[in-house]
Design a protein around this ligand. Structure first.
Ligand SMILES: [Zn+2]
Length: 159
């Protein structure tokens, strides 16, 4: 089942399939980009389809962001993603979830899995998005008005 989802998400985003494994990690999941790329899911989710589906979809979206940065270097959103991906932000902080790359990955997961009939996050999470979106919009207003549009678009459509 996980392999099937992995193939579908990869095809949807126009990416090669990324091997998936379980491991002892602190986060729910991570995308390893050094050497042969792979997605590592926290071993506590082994057998939990919902959590695995969320992890796979989320990490594939990060892989897509890296691809997008490479091919769309002049795109304002690609510039923000590039800057964020080059920084290491502690995953337990609010700043982490307010990053455009994370909002995009969560929004994509919610939308993509929603189309598959899977509700990734509940309403509380939706409210949180609104809050995060607002925070980001404030932060981004100074830099580029176009970016706000992208963020909203991604949030609404999960593009
Ligand atoms: Zn993430």
């Amino acid at each position: 089942m996980l392999n099937q989802l992995s193939k579908k998400v990869a095809d949807y985003l126009g990416l090669d399939e990324i091997p998936i494994e379980f491991g002892k990690i602190e986060d729910d999941s991570i995308l390893i980009t050094k050497g042969i790329p792979k997605i590592v899911i926290n071993e506590k989710y082994n057998g939990n389809y919902l959590e695995c589906a969320k992890s796979i979809t989320h990490e594939y979206r990060h892989a897509f962001q890296i691809y997008w940065i490479a091919v769309m270097s002049d795109d304002p959103l690609a510039k923000i993603w590039k800057e964020e991906l080059s920084r290491v932000v502690n995953t337990t902080t609010d700043e982490y979830e307010c990053q455009a790359i994370e909002i995009d990955a969560f929004a994509f997961t919610q939308t993509y899995l929603g189309r598959e009939g899977i509700q990734a996050y509940n309403e509380v999470k939706e409210e949180m998005y609104e809050y995060l979106l607002e925070q980001n919009a404030k932060k981004l207003q100074k830099s580029n008005s176009c970016t706000n549009f992208y963020i909203v678009l991604i949030y609404k459509c999960g593009l």
